[in-house]
Design a protein around this ligand. Structure first.
Ligand SMILES: [Zn+2]
Length: 83
């Protein structure tokens, strides 16, 4: 289920986390190349939600982001899988 970013070669536990690590503007709207890029690992680590908890979590080499405890439980289950 992991999503690997072809640009920065980072593994994400889901599309939601993948989407959140992309930042900047898409090319085309302003006639330029756009500033779309990946957040760096340091940027991801420093991102927090409004309540101060980390936006991204790092489990077994995969980056994840979760809104609910239920999602976190899924991540824990994912982390236990045989590889
Ligand atoms: Zn990336």
């Amino acid at each position: 289920m992991a999503t690997t970013c072809r640009a920065c070669d980072t593994d994400f536990a889901g599309v939601a986390a993948f989407d959140l690590h992309r930042t900047g503007e898409f090319a085309g709207s302003g006639g330029g190349r756009g500033s779309r890029r990946c957040l760096t690992m340091d940027e991801m680590k420093s991102k927090t939600k409004k309540d101060g908890t980390p936006l991204f979590e790092f489990v077994d080499g995969e980056v994840a982001t979760f809104k609910t405890e239920e999602d976190k439980a899924k991540l824990r289950a994912l982390g236990k899988k045989e590889t």
